[in-house]
Design a protein around this ligand. Structure first.
Ligand code: MN
Ligand code: ZN
Length: 658
């Protein structure tokens, strides 16, 4: 007997869609900002898609909200895609909820701005919402220097940069830069510690340095200075200053114009910090070692309308945000060059400490099959086993084109999904006999729990007789093999499994994340959550961006590994990719931020995202350039490419064995 339907009223298609969208909004709010919605009406509503980060202005939203009652507060956080409204009475909030949920917000010219999704929240003055305090260890001291001193420093900066501008412009297209004390090298993001520059730090700076020391902001007297000159619209991508290069305690003077610096914790939480003219920024401890900082290239900042100069944390006074035009800003950043290895409490972002951790790993971008296998073991297999539960919880929607491929196969076809992950394609077409395999025990286990047929194996050695498959799929797998030879072998293995006339569908991650001016979903996700961050997809030279480079050739040297000098020179370093940005290299490590408490079998529960609960794992990827996948396939005998296309940031081919 069928279970009775608990809904007595049948919902229309539109109502169902609304509920679905609303649930999705709830999910995003919880996942990205820790905002828990409630089903019982309150005076407070969170309005998804109605935030500043979504291009909605205070005025536009306010006009609409006031139709339903007295708006006590309207809270709009910078860059957030949602807003909070508090009415004086629950009834008013209820009316706004039923009238606006799922409705389009229109501009005064009647163009659509956004579709709003509303949910009740318990309260808006909760820690989850505000997060307004500065990152631990960060200070902004206003009026640290006089306007007169500022002027002298600016003159000095202009003179010195004019003298070297040609050079500087060559190396850094996006801002002017000059170093004193030690040269900061952009190739290794470090300083030549045994090659101090003649002249040391300019005399004009001694006042700042003495004051910083006597007032106790820093412990070590800086011996390195970087002067940056930013025109409006220029910025610096998010980075952490190389741990092994500089001591704790980095100070930065802002001159000429204020700007907004974005600090970001690895758990995704970000804080926009206003740096007024003549202020001193002090980064110590967690803010120096764990949080990244950057300046988004743009010409306007969202700031508090009242007392712009006096506001340090943008989120402090939220009731009255406006746009602030940027001016030309010069910064003097002082750092103390480090002579010992860093011993900070944040090994996951520490280049000194990852040295020790990675000593058993071969040189990167491996040259031999053995090295490649070791690399994949550490940066693919081990990682997926660790992150399986969390990974699986983020991989529930099958890609439409893959589904289409599987649905088009005849009933009864025998299909292998090589590298099946959590098995999201294994049940797409119930008329097929599908079997999945994966290297990850944990992922295979998840498939088993879903009652799919699965086995554990290496993608290069699938334990199935050749020619048995009517079709094979390999979705987002081949890019995890770390040499071209192994990538080719992986595709050959799929061809081996196919019967003559059988078809294989292969997806790999594309280097190109933007096609025909359309950004891939991968880049877009960042845009949605944090619109301004989108700008970091511009290729900007950044002195510290490569902080996270895992230079294993160098490490193995430190660890006195057997090394082949030639090999070391040939092998490129593997950069650690910044998620949701363009790729800077084809071979890279992509971070996975695992929240503690996410277990294999409790994938859906979301734990609190405290700073200490994040572990960062790195997955190796070779992102494919246009034509590369087709080239590989064309090397395989008895195989023709039926179709090749680009889909959501992936290069894809359908091959047929003949
Ligand atoms: Mn920096
Ligand atoms: Zn460190």
């Amino acid at each position: 007997m069928a279970a009775p339907d608990c809904r007595s009223v049948k919902l229309s298609k539109g109502q169902k869609k609304l509920l679905r969208k609303q649930a999705k909004a709830q999910h995003i709010l919880l996942k990205q900002d820790g905002i828990a919605t409630v089903s019982i009406p309150t005076k407070h509503l969170v309005i998804a898609n109605g935030g500043l980060g979504n291009g909605v202005s205070r005025e536009q939203l306010n006009v609409v909200l006031q139709k339903f009652g007295t708006v006590e507060t309207l809270l709009m956080l910078p860059h957030k895609p949602h807003a909070f409204v508090t009415y004086t009475a629950i009834q008013e909030a209820k009316e706004a909820y039923s009238a606006l949920n799922g409705q389009n917000l229109k501009s005064s010219e009647n163009t659509k701005l956004a579709t709003l999704y509303l949910n009740f929240v318990e309260d808006v003055v909760s820690e989850d919402v505000f997060h307004s305090s500065l990152p631990p260890g960060l200070l902004v001291i206003e009026d640290f220097i006089s306007a007169e001193y500022e002027k002298r420093l600016l003159v000095f900066a202009d003179e010195s940069s004019n003298a070297t501008m040609e050079n500087a412009q060559k190396s850094l297209k996006h801002r002017r830069v000059k170093h004193y004390g030690y040269e900061f090298r952009y190739d290794n993001n470090n300083v030549d510690k045994d090659k101090p520059l003649p002249g040391g730090l300019p005399e004009i700076c001694s006042e700042v340095l003495e004051q910083s020391m006597t007032e106790g902001y820093i412990k070590f007297k800086p011996d390195q200075l970087t002067i940056n000159q930013y025109e409006p619209g220029q910025g610096i991508p998010p980075h952490i200053d190389t741990h092994s290069a500089f001591e704790d305690g980095i100070i930065c003077l802002s001159l000429g114009a204020e700007t907004v610096m974005d600090f970001k914790h690895p758990n995704g939480h970000s804080v926009a910090v206003m740096l007024p003219r003549c202020s001193l920024l002090v980064m110590t401890g967690e803010s120096r070692y764990l949080w990244s900082h950057g300046i988004t290239p743009r010409k306007f900042d969202v700031v508090s309308a009242s007392e712009i100069q006096k506001t340090c944390t943008i989120t402090e006074d939220i009731s009255n945000l406006t746009l602030n035009k940027r001016g030309a800003r010069t910064s003097f950043t002082f750092r103390k060059v480090r002579t010992t290895l860093c011993d900070c409490a944040y090994p996951e972002v520490c280049d000194s400490q990852s040295t020790r951790k990675c000593k058993d790993t071969p040189t990167l971008v491996p040259n031999s099959d053995g090295d490649a296998s070791k690399l994949e073991h550490k940066y693919v297999h081990d990682v997926y086993d660790e992150i399986a539960g969390h990974f699986s919880s983020t991989r529930h929607t099958p890609w439409p084109k893959v589904t289409e491929f599987l649905k088009a196969l005849p009933a009864g076809a025998f299909v292998a999904d090589v590298g099946c992950g959590n098995g999201k394609y294994l049940g797409v077409n119930k008329d097929l006999f599908m079997v999945g395999c994966d290297h990850s025990k944990s992922l295979a286990h998840i498939c088993r729990e879903r009652n799919f047929e699965v086995f554990i194996c290496d993608g290069l050695l699938v334990p199935l007789r050749g020619g048995v498959c009517d079709a094979c799929i390999s979705i987002a797998v081949v890019h995890h093999f770390s040499t071209e030879g192994r990538r080719l072998s992986a595709i050959k293995e799929i061809v081996r499994l196919l019967r003559p006339g059988g078809k294989g569908l292969i997806y790999v991650w594309a280097m190109e994340q933007e096609r025909d001016n359309i950004k891939s979903k991968y880049l877009m996700e960042r845009k949605k959550t944090n619109k301004r961050q989108n700008c970091t997809t511009m290729p900007i030279v950044n002195e510290d961006q490569d902080t996270n480079r895992v230079d294993l050739a160098h490490f193995s040297q430190l660890e006195d590994h057997n090394k082949d000098i030639e090999n070391e020179q040939n092998c490129a370093k593997l950069p650690v990719h910044t998620n949701r940005t363009s790729f800077e290299s084809q071979d890279l490590l992509v971070p996975w931020h695992l929240k503690a408490g996410v277990k294999v079998d409790s994938a859906s529960s979301l734990p609190p995202t405290g700073p200490k609960n994040i572990t960062v794992f790195h997955r190796y990827y070779h992102v494919f350039s246009a034509g590369e996948l087709e080239n590989l396939c064309s090397c395989i005998p008895n195989t023709r490419i039926v179709e090749s296309y680009y889909d959501q940031g992936n290069w894809c081919v359908i091959i047929e064995k003949h």
